[in-house]
Design a protein around this ligand. Sequence first.
Ligand SMILES: C[S@@+](CC[C@H](N)C(=O)[O-])C[C@H]1O[C@@H](n2cnc3c(N)ncnc32)[C@H](O)[C@@H]1O
Length: 509
Amino acid sequence: MSVNKLILGDNFEILKAMESETVDLIYLDPPFFSNRNYEVIWGDEGEVRSFRDRWAGGIDHYITWLKERVVEMHRVLKPTGSIFLHCDWHANAYIRVEILDKVFGASNFRNEIVWCYRGGGASKMDFGRRHDTIFRYGKSPQHIFNADAIRIPYQAEGMGRKDDAMWGKHKGTDKVYKPNPLGKIPEDWWLINALNANDPERIGYPTQKPTELLERIIKCASNEGDVVLDPFAGGGTTVAVADKLNRKWIGIDQSVQAIKVAELRLHRQTDLFTSIYANSYALQLHKYDYDTLRHANAFEFESWIVHQLGGTSNTRQHGDFGLDGKMPDNTPIQVKRSDNIGRNVIDNFFAAVQRSDKKLFAKNVAEKKPVGYIIAFSFGKGAVEEAARLKLKESVTIELVPVDKIVPVAKKPAVTVEVNELSRDTKGFHEIEFIAVGQSEVGIEFYSWDFAYNAEKGFRASVIIDRDGKQQAKLKAGYHNIAVKVVDNDGLEGLEVIKLKVNGMVRVE
Ligand SMILES: C[S@@+](CC[C@H](N)C(=O)[O-])C[C@H]1O[C@@H](n2cnc3c(N)ncnc32)[C@H](O)[C@@H]1O
């Protein structure tokens, strides 16, 4: 199982469920304490709920809210791990004294990093506020610090003096100081440009942090293969950089939009393969997509759903009387990855259960406990009647368990696309408008577009966040594959691919 995970949910709940001392580095960029609407980035249910949570009271409330999470972060860090907490003038003084010094211990404070950037718009009554604070604490004095991985040229970041003026014999001693060929370790103030509106890194949401900032943090405080956690993942800067630097990663966010944006970003960057069974990385949403489960690899699905029910799966794919797993008390489980299960499945299972362990069968009957469990997407009338007959006539209980009683399942949203030609120019370019309309019972969050869709490579968004589902593109004569994804409030997504022939006229094939 891979550690790489994007998890939708309140980080407090997720952190509490994580094992102790399993993470090497935590970077967190929590919402600042500003009580401003701009603090709400995504505007979906999850984020607004979290915003209200923090704002139920003043600064004390905010500090309590954050502190209980930092306590859990401290627990999940390995003794060699460190935390980088990103904040600004709104609450940095409180965060250092009231949270970090108390949870990590003042002696484990390592740096107050000042991230300086430029930007317009300042009050005429104050100095422009153009820095954020990043507190760095180790869990113990043995924390990782890879100085050589983050060295920069001596003159970098504005303060360097000429190398040759600096080095030589130290006054009054025989000691000769030489420059390190790898450069200097950066000071605790960092000049890294914030992303401007047109930066190619920009995904389309306001609090996105530059990858350069995260590169320095991840390189210095972790090694390849280590686990990096971002409990306020946002659009996934930390996890995208961690992945590029061959670290394992876990990103948590309470907003469906944030998680989906992070996912689309990872796809754009790499050939990562998503799966609920965690091959390359796992995506944990509140609900599972019916089609994905229904058509997933049968053996993987069986062992996963048995595990979700609380049992263990059989390691053998065949034999075992066709049984797929057992509960902790050894009561057998069978999984059928289909709908409308018929009567014959119940009868065959009944026979198999009796043969597989006669003693256990007799014991379960005597104690009026289920003799076995059958998991399926749905059960037909014949199966339900047969289970009822066995119970009534033979005092044998076979528990029929629909998948959606074990895990929440929903159908993914549907999407249709309207294509209109708006104009064409003399050079043969056609201006085309695309209007996508998604349908979901829980509401549509946003659309994403891939204007050069390649089924083998998968969906690589050219436009990641489009809240209205409307795009215009200038296309040349030829064939074009255009894909649109629609994401609903549960984080489930529908995909529509349009094959467009542009040749004197525009035709959807
Ligand atoms: C400032 S943004 C992080 C931006 C991120 N560093 C980036 O570069 O994209 C803060 C994020 O915290 C999320 N958030 C707020 N409260 C949360 C909670 N209780 N659990 C998980 N995520 C939360 C918000 O949805 C938002 O995406």
